[in-house]
Design a protein around this ligand. Sequence first.
Ligand code: HEM
Length: 322
Amino acid sequence: MFTIVLALVLVLSSQTEAQLQVNFYRNTCPKAESIIRQEVQRAFFRDTGIAPGLVRMHFHDCFVRGCDGSILIKSTPGNSAEEDGPPNAGTLRGFEAIENAKARLEQECRGVVSCADILAYAARDSIVISGGLGWDVPAGRRDGRISRAAETIDIPAPFNNLDEATRAFTKKGLSSDDMVALLGAHTIGRSHCTSFSNRLYNFSPTNSQDPTLDPLYAIQLKQQCPRGPNGNVDPNAVVSMNISPTISENSYYVDVLKNRGLFTSDQTLTTSPDTLSEVRDYARNNIKWQVDFSEAMIKMSQVEVLTGNAGEIRLNCRVINP
Ligand code: HEM
């Protein structure tokens, strides 16, 4: 009995994967990919922060109810949506680029291209525009109709240790190797000071700052994230992820080896021999990281996707269909 169930599960899960296809809109909306790319480019030239914003938004979408575009749904008076959950509130960037792409796609081919797919393409285009390697995006995702702030608990937190972070990924069918490769996304973008200020001030009863943080880097971060008269850092203050926050390359791993990982969850990669050796490999070999990152992104972008007749094709990415 168990063997039959297992065989069924394997067949079903391979079907779900097989249902996403590269060039999915080839016949139904041939300009879809180019329209999305143009909108990402337009947004990027106005604000380079859009690229990291879209990559992170895709990750946060996939970790809550799968890559179903649920992160794009706006809260309503009766429902606090994912965008207002603790990891997302006030820190997401790139909604406008998705909305602009969607508006053009609805003109071009109404009701065809899902918001979940737009986000997956936009994340790939964001990496490419930042100088990273591209990949073919398997598509055909459908949009979810549910978005709950409380479910953002599935998104790993910056204060996670290696076990906690790894568990968040394995829960989504992603391996520790995938996680190490994906975390290289922290080579682009920014962080609010509040996401890591616990490492700078009152860290523990014995250490005022995190001893695993390079002391010189800590001085710099404290200058960028000073405490106000009330003892708190400014909730709007931000710092760059590293010295080249618009370029997608392996510098993240070089930083981690120098104890300059911004979050506990970054620095924690040095705490096990396996993850440390991967960090060393990626720090030495940018191409290897680019290839592994692309593969891991393709895998992440297929987490718990809705396909076939499940869900819907939202007409407005920010609102579920009536
Ligand atoms: C253990 C896993 C992870 C944790 C704990 C984590 C945590 C964070 C935090 C706290 C920020 C700063 C947000 C802010 O304050 O504005 C951030 C930014 C970012 N994260 Fe992650 N992250 C993780 C994994 C990932 C993955 C897998 C990706 C993509 C594949 C990713 C992509 C990004 C990007 C691009 C930014 C910059 C966003 C921007 O500039 O707007 N992260 N992450």
